[in-house]
Design a protein around this ligand. Structure first.
Ligand SMILES: *Cc1c(COP(=O)(O)O)cnc(C)c1O
Length: 355
């Protein structure tokens, strides 16, 4: 079956009541057949029927041996980092999520884990950074906020991590994360860490996440269409110095993006305004439809300034080195009519008065 069909049916099989929408299990614990004789579920940190359904759906969509659902994307990332031992080395993309930068440099470092940052779209640079003690390569597809496109065909992916808060949930009402493992053994190791550390998704959030996934393909298709139209419009705007979007022919890895993503390049667009840090701030404050907020991937459009918001947890020097400059503005294109979104940006850029 195709992606969209599986998103709706796999994991949503009717239960014994015939309910088309399976019920939400909020129970923290489950009555057992006998002492030491365990049923399918015992305690909700270890397993929960609502969570199990959404994990089944995600594993199927990812073609994974198994998936695990977490209370947030960072809980999922932290679980994956739990595979590392003291002395391990990680190679990571330099335009990664600010929270992941913080986790690696300010939490994982306490366990003597070191990190080398490289441009994720340069597979040769990644290969060069690998040492005997390198245990993990961590890249984002697509990188943020610079919209780098890593060569995923060259970089093997044993684990896929999602901040399911974003496109999976899709409605800004559910904080969630997911890990999908390529092999049953890796799934078992990650499950062990998840159960031992406890960052599991709750029953209610598991339900919301599951509901969001059913419409993900349709949402992302429309968001990609609108984002491309907006990126093309921005490219010709006099107040905009540069537009970063993998769907544009001007993107340095446009051909790679086409190979990996076909004709859907997502809803995230970054642009560089003519002017300075204050100009970028004024643009972010002047929009009416685009809400001034971090996060992305939901039905409502958002705008933010990476240097002072999503990537403020970077050390300033590392931010500059990665190319995350003060004049960048990042938008997450939602499901509003693209004509209304363009009108909103046009008004905001006019008010901000780029040089
Ligand atoms: C949002 C995000 C995260 C963190 O996920 P949360 O659900 O907010 O914990 C990690 N990585 C990327 C790329 C993200 O966009």
């Amino acid at each position: 079956m195709k992606f969209r069909t599986r998103a709706i049916h796999i994991g949503s099989e009717p239960d014994s009541t015939g309910a088309v929408v399976p019920p939400i299990y909020l129970s923290t614990t489950f009555v057992q057949p006998g002492p030491g004789d365990w049923g399918a579920f015992d305690y909700s940190r270890s397993g929960n029927p609502t969570r199990a359904r959404v994990e089944k759906t995600i594993a199927d969509l990812e073609g994974a041996a198994g998936s695990l659902a977490f209370s947030s994307g960072m809980a999922a990332t932290h679980c994956a980092m739990g595979l590392l031992e003291s002395g391990s080395h990680v190679v990571a993309g330099c335009d990664m999520y600010g929270g992941t930068y913080r986790l690696l440099h300010k939490i994982c470092n306490r366990n003597n884990i070191t990190v080398t940052l490289v441009h994720a779209d340069d597979a040769a640079a990644i290969a060069e950074a690998i040492r005997p003690e390198t245990k993990m390569v961590w890249v984002e597809s697509i990188g943020n906020p610079l919209m780098s496109v890593p060569d995923l065909e060259q970089i093997s992916a044993d684990i896929v991590m999602h901040s399911a808060t974003k496109y999976f949930g899709g409605h800004s009402d559910c904080l969630a994360g997911a890990l999908s493992a390529k092999t049953p053994e890796l799934h078992r190791q990650l499950y062990f860490i998840q159960n031992a550390t406890g960052g599991v998704i709750g029953g209610l959030e598991a339900f919301l996440l599951h509901r969001g996934i059913k419409t993900m393909e349709l949402r992302v298709r429309e968001q990609s269409k609108s984002a491309l139209a907006i990126a093309q419009w921005l490219e010709s705007h006099r107040s905009v110095a540069r537009v970063l979007y993998p769907g544009l022919a001007s993107h340095p890895h446009h051909q790679r993006a086409v190979r990996l993503m076909g004709d859907q390049f997502g809803g995230m667009v970054t642009f560089d305004v003519r002017g300075d840090i204050e100009t970028a701030k004024r643009v972010c404050k002047a929009t009416e439809l685009f809400g001034l907020a971090v996060s992305c991937g939901a039905v409502e459009s958002l705008i933010e300034q990476p240097a002072t918001m999503s990537h403020a947890s970077y050390d300033p020097a590392a931010r500059a080195q990665a190319g995350i400059c003060d004049t960048l503005v990042r938008i997450s294109v939602g499901l509003e009519d693209p004509e209304d979104l363009i009108a909103d940006l046009d008004r905001a850029l006019g008010i901000a008065g780029g040089a």
